[in-house]
Design a protein around this ligand. Sequence first.
Ligand code: SAM
Ligand code: SF4
Length: 506
Amino acid sequence: MSYFNHLYIKGLGILSDKLTHKNILTKFAVQNKCMESNLLIDKSQNEARQGEAYASQASSGVFQKHFYVESYGCAMNFADSEVVAAILEKNGFGGTKNIEIADLILINTCSIREKAELTIRKRLTEFRRLKQANPGLLVGVLGCMAERLKAQLLEEEKLVDLVVGPDAYRTLPDLIAEAGTGQKAVNVLLSRDETYGDIAPVRLDNNGISAFVSIMRGCNNMCSFCVVPFTRGRERSRDAFSILAECRDLCDQGYKEVVLLGQNVDSYYWSNPEDNTTITFAMLLEQVAQIDPSLRVRFSTSHPKDITDEVLHTIVKYDNICKHIHLPVQSGSSRILQLMNRTYTREWYMAKIDRIRALLPNCSITSDIIAGFCTETEEDHQETLSLLQYANYDLSYMYFYSERPGTLAARRYEDDIDLVTKKRRLQEIVDLQWTLSNESNKRDVGSIFEVLIEGNSKRNEAEWMGRTSQNKVVVFPKGNFNYKKGDYAQVKIHDFTKGTLLGGLI
Ligand code: SAM
Ligand code: SF4
């Protein structure tokens, strides 16, 4: 879900379809690194980055034409915007963070919940003024919403000139040329093999410490609530050599962390066409970890049915593979899990948690949960609460169910839980998770962690902000030590605020 260093926050966009613990917990769960208000962030989905506009520093001043891109949704979208930036830079467009000077505005969209789409629609209307001031300006919609709504978007949003699905970014230069002649340009063809593996992404967030590396695209899982298989197509794994080359290159450039991304990373499976040897996720993880012991490796997202002992043993084996697993459960009721087509039961999931705890006692575990899925009873809801307690998550991303047109659930089941009930159940989940997160922080007091320094603390330049292997944010005084961004420091935790561990160098 990652991309997070110098952030340009435009508000908390799609937050409002989540209930909050008196607006506290969710806010912390979605704030970004720079705001330091979350203790532990799922690097695959940082909602504080929703609508972030960014551009590579390298591009400033070199190009005659400029594109401006805003990204919404999961980490894959942010990573895709970096691929789009690379394609555009090769074709004469430099990135800008200044929308006023852009010749091309792109909005990389998310369809996961209705609220996400509404946020983007609203944002599009704000471009009208710019179009009126500059009739040559082109506006393009990229990503999942483009894929879901296709040409319909052109009719509904009159100011849109281009609609480009996630597998069609290579055709952007042609589509821009077509749109430049006054035609509307659309390419939403999904592919069975596009991975953009040969394109070196242009890093847009400029922190220079952590980078996303896409290892696969699409999803074959067909969870009944989810629109992703329809908007991102069939699952395909990227050439392992190109992944390793990208990670090595990042390491050579001084990056200290790579986040391997996919909707379901554990089902990564690549066959080398030269000799038919195959590479599984565990093998890939190991090879990335071996690039350099000082390069941290994270990954997201794991599907409980696919994460193997082999992967867990690989995490155990390498200190630089971060001890954090994002293992979304969605519901604690086996009946609801079946309706969701998650292909595991409550008991099976609990056994997976036991296995992780047995092999990796220091591993943080986080989750995604949906409240109020079709037919969910109070009993089902209680099972979700008790599962939260059993798993003892360090953090969860919590949503209420939002029916998405075309999904299996929309076709098969009635969205029969009223909004008041959905929100009340979500609030109960949020409240419980808040307690669990607090207890998790309390347990860290007195412990020493290796912290990767990501930059100055936002609130105080005399303090560093960094992250533990477990993905918790730590703030500590710089003191008289000569540490710099990208260094590892040993930090003893003495306290915590709602979103941050507080420590001191030892
Ligand atoms: N592939 C990942 C997985 O399976 O865990 C993440 C997919 S999705 C981008 C992130 C989360 O959004 C899901 O885990 C789920 O909790 C939530 N989500 C997806 N569809 C939803 C819907 N229709 N309503 C509410 N939440 C949804
Ligand atoms: Fe959606 Fe399920 Fe695939 Fe995740 S695994 S992207 S929730 S279909």
